[in-house]
Design a protein around this ligand. Structure first.
Ligand code: F6R
Length: 369
């Protein structure tokens, strides 16, 4: 049931602090170390790991892109991310030292299932990250990490995505711990920060009023662009996908550094650009680069909405509107920056009179290839 919320989407967005908290439960021991005792995957295999390949579709694939940044940074294992429907057709190189991470909320997505079967035939080990107990993908995988979002009813994914990001961060930290690659102190800090994330997600949800007003002003926009760097890039892709799905507004997400390689031609007065801004304290170099991109956008007269860390005075000078978020570790930022984009898409859709739970032409799980 909707528990008094106007839609399943509204309810599922609000449930995110609890969904993330449940996904973290039992994964951090009293010493602040990650444990994956209930995930059936041998430590020996993970210690000898040569490569990780993530396969997923849509929103789940964006959590896979975030996994790449986290696993490479913390565990120093090379990661490739593939859309499941592209994977088999590029003759991927895998062997018994490859971990394939299959991320799927429903666990029934046919494209992802076929990629899982192919990976196992080639001798790789498959770990499913799934939200649905007993679904086909976890049953056909070697091991499973269940996200604890609870049933997701709205067709467009929200809370499942946040728990997928949580799961891949836990996995990246676990790999780093096992492989002991000399980033020990950072790992400890990140684990500590992860435990505090549900509370920060709750704080971000408090910006709903501001975002609703913003959505009212943007409801007539013919197109919205989303840009980000580093983990902000997959978040930009997710923001654009949510807006397409829910509001049927043309939206495009791309890496901020790509702007000057082409998309800048789209900019003109009235064009709305949502910028995911890295922390000026946690990621000063990326922050400075993003600021010069913002100035390029401003010089073309476009409208800038910044999703930024609270107290970021530079972004405040340049952006037309800023949604301020609590500070966090740079690799954990997607758990916060995604939330205002979900709210924005949902409120633009509502302002345009759309059914946010059941967008046209979409099904909750895509069981055809
Ligand atoms: C977007 C969305 C889809 C799914 C994709 C994969 O809001 O819901 O892009 O993320 O179809 O679905 P699962 O995770 O069930 O494999």
């Amino acid at each position: 049931t909707k528990d008094g919320y106007p839609s399943f989407m509204a309810k599922e967005i609000q449930e995110q602090p609890d969904a993330v908290r449940r996904t973290l439960q039992g994964k951090v021991d009293a010493q602040g170390r990650i444990t994956l005792a209930d995930t059936d995957i041998e430590a020996d295999f993970l210690m000898g790991l040569k490569k990780v390949i993530v396969i997923a579709c849509g929103t789940a694939s964006y959590s896979g892109q975030i996994a790449k940044y986290a696993i490479e940074r913390w565990a120093r294992v090379p990661v490739e991310v593939d859309l499941a429907h592209e994977f088999r057709y590029r003759s991927p190189m895998l062997d018994q030292h490859t971990l394939v991470l299959a991320i799927s909320q429903s666990g029934e997505t046919m494209d992802t299932l076929m990629a899982v079967r192919y990976a196992r035939e080639q001798g790789a080990r498959v770990l499913a990250v799934c939200n649905t107990p007993g679904a086909t993908i976890p049953r056909e995988s070697d091991a499973v990490f269940y996200t604890q979002a609870g049933p997701e009813v709205a067709v467009a994914s929200t809370k499942a995505f946040l728990t997928q990001v949580t799961a891949v961060l836990i996995l990246a930290l676990y790999l780093a711990q096992l492989r002991d690659v000399g980033v020990g102190a950072e790992i400890g800090d990140a684990v500590e920060e992860l435990r505090g994330i549900p509370e920060k997600v709750k704080q971000v949800l408090a910006s709903e009023r501001q975002i609703k007003d913003l959505a009212g002003a943007l409801a007539g926009a013919p197109a919205v662009l989303f840009i980000g760097r580093h983990v902000g890039y997959p978040v930009a892709l997710e923001g654009a996908l949510k807006l397409k799905e829910l509001a049927y507004t043309h939206a495009e997400g791309f890496a901020a550094g790509e702007l000057k390689h082409g998309p800048i031609a789209l900019l003109e007065p009235g064009q709305v650009v949502v910028v995911i801004v890295p922390s000026p304290i946690g990621s000063p170099i990326l922050h400075a680069k993003t600021m010069s991109t913002i100035q390029e956008i401003k010089a073309r007269g476009a409208t800038i909405i910044g999703i930024a860390e609270e107290g970021d005075s530079v972004v405040n000078t340049w952006a037309d509107e800023v949604v301020a978020l609590p500070p966090t570790h740079p690799l954990l930022a997607p758990l916060l920056t995604t939330v205002p984009l979900q709210l924005l898409a949902a409120h633009i859709a509502l302002a345009r009179g759309m059914d946010v739970d059941q967008p046209r032409n979409l099904a909750k799980s895509v069981t055809v290839e």
